[in-house]
Design a protein around this ligand. Structure first.
Ligand code: ZN
Length: 264
C-alpha cells in the first residue's frame, strides 16, 4: 500500500464524521467509480472517452465535493448527469451541476417531482435502462452496462437494511421485492451491483438480501392474513431477530406498517 493511500485509509473513517460534505471515491472497474457522499449515499461515475457521466448528485451542497472526488481519479469534464429517482439525497446537488452548464437528465415522473432549480431535462432511456414504477419511489431507473458488467440500481438496493419505501409517491413493498427479483434474474452471475446506499454487491449477495426481506415480509403477511390488526401485529413482534436491518428511517414497526399497508 502506498503511503498516501495508507494515510487516506486511516483518515477515511474519521472524515466521514468530521467532513460536512465528504465524497469518497472507490474504483469498481477501470471505467466506473462509486462515490460515497457523506458516508451515506452513492453517486456513480462512468468514465467515457470525452467526459464523465454521473448517476445521481447526492445531497444539496455536495456538488463541489463530488466534482473534486472525480478530479481525484480522472482529468476529464463531467459531461452529463442522470437521476435514478427524485429523492433529495440523490438529486440534491442537481442545481450545482445545472449552474455549471452540465446537462442533468431525469425521466418524466422524476422531473415532475423535482423542485425548481433541481429540474433537469427529459431523459430518454437507452439500451440496458429500465424504469420501474410503484416499487421504491414511483419511478426508479436501473441501468445495466453490459460492457462493464455493472448495474446501477439506485434505491432498489439498500445495503443490509429494511429499504425505505416512499408509499406516498406510489412505492409499494410487494412490487419492490418482486422488482428486485426481476432485476436479479435479468443480470449475469458475475455482475457488480451498485445501490443507492452502501457497498458494491455481488448478484449472490443481492439475492440473499432479497430472500431475507421476503422472509420478514412473509412473517408479517401471515398475521395480516389471519386478520390481526396493525397494533396486534406490532405487539406480536413478528420481526424479532431481524433488529440488524433497522435504521433511523425504518425500524421494525415501520417495516410492519409498510408491509401491512401493501397487503390491506
Ligand atoms: Zn430513495
Amino acid at each position: 500500500m502506498k503511503i498516501k493511500s495508507l494515510i487516506l485509509a486511516l483518515l477515511a473513517p474519521i472524515c466521514l464524521v468530521c467532513q460536512e460534505n465528504s465524497a469518497v471515491a472507490e474504483k469498481v472497474t477501470d471505467h466506473i467509480y462509486r462515490i460515497e457522499v457523506k458516508g451515506s449515499v452513492n453517486v456513480v461515475a462512468v468514465i467515457e472517452s470525452d467526459g464523465v457521466l454521473l448517476y445521481d448528485t447526492g445531497y444539496k451542497g455536495s456538488g463541489e465535493a463530488i466534482e473534486n472526488a472525480v478530479k481525484g481519479f480522472i482529468s476529464l469534464p463531467i459531461k452529463a448527469v442522470y437521476n435514478t429517482h427524485y429523492h433529495g439525497d440523490h438529486t440534491g446537488s442537481n442545481d450545482y451541476f445545472i449552474s455549471r452548464g452540465v446537462k442533468v437528465y431525469a425521466v418524466g415522473k422524476t422531473l415532475e417531482r423535482l423542485g425548481d432549480g433541481q429540474k433537469g431535462e427529459l431523459w430518454t432511456l437507452g439500451e440496458g435502462m429500465t424504469e420501474y414504477a410503484e416499487s421504491h419511489s414511483g419511478s426508479d431507473v436501473v441501468v445495466y452496462m453490459a460492457d462493464e458488467k455493472v448495474a446501477i440500481v439506485g434505491d432498489m438496493l439498500f445495503e443490509e437494511r429494511f429499504p425505505y419505501i416512499d408509499t406516498a409517491a406510489g412505492g409499494d413493498i410487494t412490487v419492490y421485492l418482486e422488482t428486485q427479483g426481476e432485476i436479479i434474474s435479468s443480470l449475469p452471475a458475475d455482475v457488480k451491483i451498485i445501490g443507492g446506499h452502501g457497498r458494491v454487491y455481488s448478484l449472490e449477495e443481492y439475492e440473499a438480501l432479497n430472500s431475507l426481506l421476503w422472509e420478514t415480509y412473509d412473517k408479517v403477511k401471515e398475521l395480516v392474513m389471519a386478520d390481526e390488526s396493525l397494533d396486534a401485529i406490532k405487539a406480536a413482534d413478528p420481526l424479532a431477530g431481524y433488529e440488524k436491518l433497522q435504521w433511523h428511517l425504518v425500524n421494525k414497526d415501520k417495516w410492519v406498517e409498510i408491509i401491512y399497508s401493501s397487503l390491506r
